[in-house]
Design a protein around this ligand. Structure first.
Ligand code: NI
Length: 167
């Protein structure tokens, strides 16, 4: 296993649209292991392959208190959604920035697990937020793009300044 470098907003590679996984082979299984290790180490509750510069539709999530319930979703899709919830979000690609985003309250998710088995489940609360946030990444969208233009500009300037200082 290996820790993977996480792309930071406003890196343009975060805006690439990920392609579906055609076959779950050893390279995908290794990617999932490395992504899980990277997410736990960060620490975070979700990570999309896009964030580690792999543009395939793979996400890992663990919203459990004791980090014991790893959820791997390959080619995830939201097949039904309703309601609305506003939650303060953060992102490993946008360090130090937290803001409120409006999302669906309930989602029905269809995906493949790491063995290639089709799974379908209902999510609400934090898990629903996390699934929507990570699928956004696969579509090339970072959570700050749900915010106003003004806020996006401020966040971009702040992170670019930080990058210059730490470079
Ligand atoms: Ni994120």
């Amino acid at each position: 296993m290996a820790l993977l470098p996480i792309l930071r907003y406003p890196d343009p590679r975060l805006h690439k649209k990920a392609v579906p996984v055609a076959e779950i082979d050893d390279s995908i299984r290794k990617l999932v292991q490395d992504m899980a290790e990277t997410m736990y180490e960060a620490p975070g509750i979700g990570l999309a392959a896009t964030q580690v510069d792999v543009h395939k539709r793979v996400i890992v999530i663990d919203v459990s208190e004791d980090k014991s319930r790893l959820l791997t979703l390959i080619n995830p899709m939201i097949v039904e959604q309703d309601g609305e919830q506003v939650c303060e979000e953060g992102c490993l690609s946008v360090p130090g920035i937290y803001d409120k985003v409006s999302r669906a309250e309930n989602v029905r998710v269809r995906a493949l697990d790491v063995d290639g088995k089709p799974i379908e489940f209902h999510a609400d609360g934090l898990l629903a937020v996390c699934v929507q946030h990570e699928i956004d990444h696969l579509d090339g969208k970072v959570f700050v793009e749900h915010l106003s233009r003004l806020k996006q500009t401020r966040i971009r300037n702040k992170l670019e300044k930080q990058a210059r200082i730490t470079a």
